[in-house]
Design a protein around this ligand. Structure first.
Ligand code: NAG
Ligand code: NAG
Ligand code: NAG
Ligand code: NAG
Ligand code: NAG
Length: 510
């Protein structure tokens, strides 16, 4: 058994030790070695040629990082490394990068170092550049550089990537990095990765506005033709012009098979949506689309544009649409849901289309749509604040029960003016559905009484033998303390069941 000889390994509790070694023995039986270095508080696991270091948020300092660097030096044959080192107190990564550099069999690297108070960042960037440039066998790279590095340093790092000619899959997180002005130009070296097939860029809260989208357009133009692209632009200040510019870039990537774009918390409005959906509608080979347009003031017109584009995507298998928006009315809703109805059968559908008061007709339309898509493996409906009432819930319950291949079901009907009857119909749908393993049912902020809630649990109880996990949220209903206590006593310890209950009455809604 390989034993670690690090610093002073004073192990105070022998009982703890014995348990640890038994555990290690079990893990060894599966060729897994798990270490928790108690003097340096670092964690790592070695599975064959794979090393996993899960050390996010442990307050690690440089000294502790050096014991992880040693692990790298001692395992030069490693082909896969997952180094989670974010949110610590590390000021200097250079030794770690230098050890990384010698793993020249590495195919897959995840390196997350965001949120550390690094010093001399340009030198650190240089050292990371050098390490990356040597890892020429990498095909998959995930880089987490949240809240780190200025323009020059970032550019140095990305230039190191250009030596990895076989890189096919790249994920870069620059969450909370200031990329305003020319910031995105630091990503230009990525366009030299001629074998890249999958790119994910997390540019969340990165101070991007209209002008900045020109650089993103350039990048999208110059990149090789990708199969898969995921752009997360959450919490920036992109408006109509930015959306138009971005769409121009996406036009060069309309061969995509999988595309995700999250613009949550920008302001592209109906006009920006028209431009974006104009391009998405031409991505005729898409099998997977993830569209996040919540909180963008897209209005009815934007909804119509979304519907128009969706109708054209005849190869879609997986669809996630988030168009929840306060000023998004019936026409927009109808366009989106009717377009989905017209698509060939999907395998996975997520529809986040709340806060638009689509009411009973909206629920009926969704039922019709679910009848057309009866081969779903995963169905997630978020109908938050749609005022569908009990009759609406009955429609949706019918749509759910019509499914024959469900593995996962998630239904959020919070704030929908339901009473016991509607909530029970949804619980019955969960009981009757064939045959989700994972279920998440939320019916909070509805007028559901003690009797209703008891009956809901009697129904859900019957689905327990066939599910792996059942989560139920019933917050802010008409539940009383006595019944809450009964429910908690009866179901609180049921392993597969996770319940969120309280006895705060529903808040007032219009
Ligand atoms: C990376 O590529 C550049 C340009 O092709 C070359 O000058 C440099 O030596 C390479 N770096 C390594 C570490 O191979
Ligand atoms: C979709 O795939 C077909 C067949 O491979 C190809 O001819 C067509 O150009 C593709 N469409 C786009 C927009 O790339
Ligand atoms: C969103 O964009 C529209 C149109 O450009 C503009 O009139 C509106 O003030 C913007 N709203 C916000 C919150 O920025
Ligand atoms: C949005 O588009 C409409 C119709 O194309 C146009 O009349 C309007 O001026 C545009 N609004 C803005 C803010 O660009
Ligand atoms: C119900 O329970 C909560 C704590 O869970 C307590 O604060 C509240 O006073 C109780 N209400 C009644 C009517 O007993």
């Amino acid at each position: 058994m390989q034993k670690k000889e690090e610093q002073t390994q004073k192990r105070s509790s022998s009982i703890f030790n014995n348990i640890m070694w038994i555990l290690v023995g079990v893990l060894l039986a599966y060729n897994i070695k798990l270490y928790f270095d108690r003097t340096s508080q670092v964690q790592y696991e070695i599975k064959g040629n794979e090393i996993i270091m899960q050390n996010n948020g442990l307050n690690l300092q440089n000294l502790q990082l050096s014991s992880l660097s040693k692990v790298l030096s001692q395992n030069p044959q490693t082909t896969k490394l997952d180094a989670q080192l974010s949110i610590n107190q590390i000021t200097d990564f250079r030794d770690f990068f230098a050890s990384l550099e010698n793993l020249n069999n590495l195919n897959e690297l995840s390196l997350f170092i965001g949120h550390n108070p690094i010093l001399n960042e340009q030198q650190q960037a240089q050292s990371l550049n050098q390490a990356l440039a040597k890892l020429t066998k990498l095909n998959t790279l995930n880089l987490g550089l949240e809240s780190l590095f200025n323009y020059q340093s970032r550019e140095i790092i990305f230039k190191g990537l250009t030596n990895i000619s076989g890189l096919t899959s790249l994920h870069v997180s620059l969450i909370n990095c200031d990329l305003s002005g020319d910031g995105l130009k630091s990503l230009y070296p990525l366009t030299e990765l001629r074998n890249l097939k999958f790119l994910e860029l997390l540019l969340v809260g990165s101070k991007l506005k209209e002008e900045e989208m020109k650089h993103l357009q350039t990048i999208l133009h110059k990149l090789p033709k990708l199969n898969k692209l995921n752009l997360n632009l959450y919490a920036n200040k992109i408006q109509i012009d930015g959306a138009v510019t971005l769409s121009g870039g996406l036009f060069q990537q309309r061969q995509l098979k999988e595309f995700g774009i999250d613009l949550y918390f920008n302001n592209i409005t109906a006009n920006g949506t028209e431009s974006l959906m104009g391009v998405v509608g031409t991505m005729e080979n898409l099998t997977s689309l993830n569209l996040g347009l919540e909180f963008n003031y897209i209005t009815n017109d934007g909804g119509r544009q979304v519907g128009k584009a969706l109708e054209q995507l005849k190869k879609l298998k997986d669809l996630s649409v988030n168009v929840a928006s306060k000023n998004f009315g019936w026409d927009g809703y109808e366009s989106v849901v009717s377009a989905i109805e017209k698509l060939p059968p999907l395998e996975n559908l997520e529809l986040i289309i709340g806060v638009n008061k689509c009411g009973l007709p909206g629920a009926e339309l969704l039922k019709q749509t679910l009848f057309k898509h009866d081969k779903l493996k995963s169905l997630k409906i978020n109908f938050l604040e749609n005022y569908i009432g009990d009759a609406g819930a009955t429609f949706i319950a019918e749509g759910i029960q019509y499914q024959k291949n469900l593995q996962q079901l998630s239904v959020n009907m919070n704030f929908n003016s339901l009473s016991d009857r509607g909530a029970l119909e949804l619980a019955r749908a969960v009981k009757n559905a064939k045959s989700p393993k994972i279920v998440d049912l939320r019916v909070s902020q509805n007028q559901i009484t003690d009797k209703g809630i008891k009956d809901i649990f009697l129904l859900l109880e019957q689905s327990l033998p066939k599910v792996d996990q059942l989560e139920v949220e019933l917050l802010n209903t008409a539940l009383t303390n006595a019944t809450r206590d009964d429910i908690e006593l009866k179901y609180g310890k049921v392993e597969k069941l996770q319940i969120k209950l309280n006895t705060i009455p529903p808040s007032n809604w219009e």
